[in-house]
Write a protein that binds this ligand. Structure first.
Ligand SMILES: C[C@H](O)[C@H](O)[C@H]1CNC2=NC(N)=NC(=O)C2=N1
Length: 102
């Protein structure tokens, strides 16, 4: 991840993130389907570890049988390279765990 969050347009954010990700109300959003809440919590735990490592944090909505993530850089007030990088990482975590987009 870069040192400083670089602003990106919504089109750039969409072009640089996996298919699961869309832009809604100025945020990058994706929903995955772990199938049950235990697997959902395992995914959230891995995502939070990645977020701590990156110093950048998603909004998380864990419910049965899905989990949704929303990303924006609060300090900049818009989407940045940090959101794109974390979206890519979240998608990789889902893939590692065999979890599909909802
Ligand atoms: C100092 C620290 O890097 C900041 O407070 C971070 C923490 N996590 C963050 N996460 C998100 N999504 N946006 C931020 O602006 C942000 N700021």
């Amino acid at each position: 991840m870069t040192q400083k969050p670089e602003p990106v347009t919504q089109a750039e954010a969409l072009a640089q993130t996996p298919d699961a990700w869309t832009v809604d109300d100025g945020m990058l959003v994706a929903e995955y389907r772990p199938g049950n809440m235990v697997r959902g919590l395992e995914m959230v735990t891995a995502v939070v570890a990645a977020a701590e490592e990156a110093g950048h944090h998603p909004d998380v909505d864990l419910r049965y049988p899905t989990v949704a993530f929303r990303l924006v850089t609060h300090s900049v007030g818009q989407l940045t390279s940090f959101d794109v990088a974390l979206a890519q990482r979240i998608d990789a975590i889902a893939a590692e765990k065999g979890i599909e987009p909802a």
